[in-house]
Ligand binder design. Structure first.
Ligand SMILES: Cc1cc2nc3c(=O)[nH]c(=O)nc-3n(C[C@H](O)[C@H](O)[C@H](O)COP(=O)(O)OP(=O)(O)OC[C@H]3O[C@@H](n4cnc5c(N)ncnc54)[C@H](O)[C@@H]3O)c2cc1C
Length: 391
């Protein structure tokens, strides 16, 4: 059955929140990051320029940062939050500082995440909070635990602090009725994250889903894992929450598996990932009495499929257990057209100091090079809308 309500071709709706000037800036931005060679050489150039204290922060701030981020602090994101809310789209404040290693950094990330819960409490404009487990613990510690090695006394204490931070975020989410997304990361730390996430679901998802774990369907074992999680939720009576994504670390996963000589956890090809992603949507949709989902995807077909599955199941567009999500600055044609039809839509709005969110921005640029095909799509839509506006 085709869902006749939703069309992602409606650029007027897609860019309703964008002025002519915003559109022009987005056009040039996607045009520039469409050059693969430029994106490839940019990270070392930017780092060198920053190390030499060249005044490029202003340039980054006014271009990529402005397009993909809400601001440096939560308060800077207010206008973005309100603008999205006007169009029925929720904001997920995402403190996007990555790759930090010190206890002070982990504490600061914890405080930021708790502050996003405070800001979200009782506000329909901010339906979820989110955190990355490596924002609150050392990657190498999680890796060691994941590999099954014995932790030293001090590492055990460090691990206990990780669990404590994890628990404080989920507990605060439960107390304030703000559901929490736990982002998924590399497979060699993910089993540890899954274990803790499941523990938190058992503890806090007694009446509805507060804790959402993320499943990356580019892994060939995730559909079976999802099936097992849902079976446990059904058998023991807690409410499961999942953010379903395809997965962001494919090259890194394959390279490590090759280097270390183990079988890659990644699907053999894109169509296998697509197949499992769509199967995961179907599986969750047939368990909506027990399972809540957020489809985190820019894939038009998967987003449409989810609307069709909802229609077939006779579920209202704004069913409280079903959410669609995209990243701020990307795929507005999906977000805004879905929200126009009253589907629940939210966007990750990253924030943090400009220089600290650089790794996030570089990933967005890499994802949007012409190789990945995203730029072509964004540019085509922006051009169509500019033409419609007579520009
Ligand atoms: C709201 C939101 C939250 C997110 N949270 C996370 C998160 O917590 N953790 C995380 O890892 N990612 C996360 N992502 C990123 C996500 O995993 C994808 O990288 C990104 O969204 C692209 O996938 P897609 O479904 O949008 O679209 P598509 O463009 O259809 O899919 C691209 C994806 O398909 C997969 N793929 C591509 N080529 C192949 C191949 N040859 N073989 C197998 N698979 C292939 C890869 O996963 C690739 O990223 C999130 C994305 C969104 C929108």
């Amino acid at each position: 059955m085709k869902n006749i309500q939703v069309s992602f071709d409606d650029t007027q709706t897609a860019f309703a929140s964008k002025s002519d000037k915003d559109l022009l800036r987005a056009y040039w931005l996607f045009k520039i990051i469409g050059f693969n060679w430029l994106v490839r050489i940019s990270p070392p150039l930017v780092h060198t320029a920053l190390a030499l204290r060249l005044p490029i922060k202003g340039l980054i701030s006014a271009t990529v940062f402005k397009h993909f981020c809400g601001g440096e602090k939560i308060t800077d994101c207010e206008s973005t939050i309100q603008k999205l809310h006007e169009f029925g789209i929720g904001t997920i404040l995402d403190y996007s500082v990555e790759g930090k290693e010190s206890e002070a950094d982990f504490e600061s990330c914890l405080q930021q995440t708790l502050a996003t819960i405070d800001r979200a409490k009782g506000d329909a404009a901010i339906p979820f909070s989110v955190f990355k487990p490596t924002g609150i613990a050392r990657f190498a510690l999680l890796e060691k635990k994941n590999a099954g090695f014995m932790l030293s006394q001090s590492e055990q204490e460090e691990y206990a602090r990780f669990i404590d931070r994890f628990d404080r975020i989920c507990k605060k989410g439960a107390e304030n009725n703000v559901p929490i997304f736990i982002d998924a990361e590399e497979s060699w730390i993910q089993s540890t994250i899954d274990e803790v996430a499941m523990e938190m679901m058992r503890k806090y998802n007694r009446n509805h889903a507060i804790v959402f774990n993320t499943l990356q369907l580019y892994r060939h074992d995730r559909l079976a894992y999802l099936t097992a999680c849902i079976a446990e939720a059904n058998a023991t009576g807690f409410y499961a929450g999942f953010k379903l994504v395809r997965g962001a670390y494919m090259e890194k996963e394959r390279a490590r598996a090759l280097k270390m000589g183990y079988a890659s956890p990644i699907q053999p090809d894109k169509s296998a990932t697509d197949r499992d992603y769509n199967a995961a949507l179907r599986l969750c949709l047939s368990n909506t009495q027990r399972v809540s989902i957020c489809a985190g995807s820019h894939n038009e077909e998967s987003n449409l499929l989810l609307t069709q599955l909802m229609q077939e199941a006779g579920l209202p567009n704004n069913h409280p257990n079903i959410w669609f999500s995209q990243l701020y600055g990307m795929s507005d044609h999906i977000s805004f057209n879905l929200s126009k039809q009253k589907y629940n839509v939210c966007k990750y709005v990253p924030y943090g100091p400009v220089t600290a969110v650089l790794p996030y921005l570089i990933r967005r640029a890499q994802e949007n090079t012409s190789v990945s095909g995203q730029t072509g799509r964004e540019l085509k839509l922006i051009l169509a809308e500019r033409k419609r506006r007579g520009k």
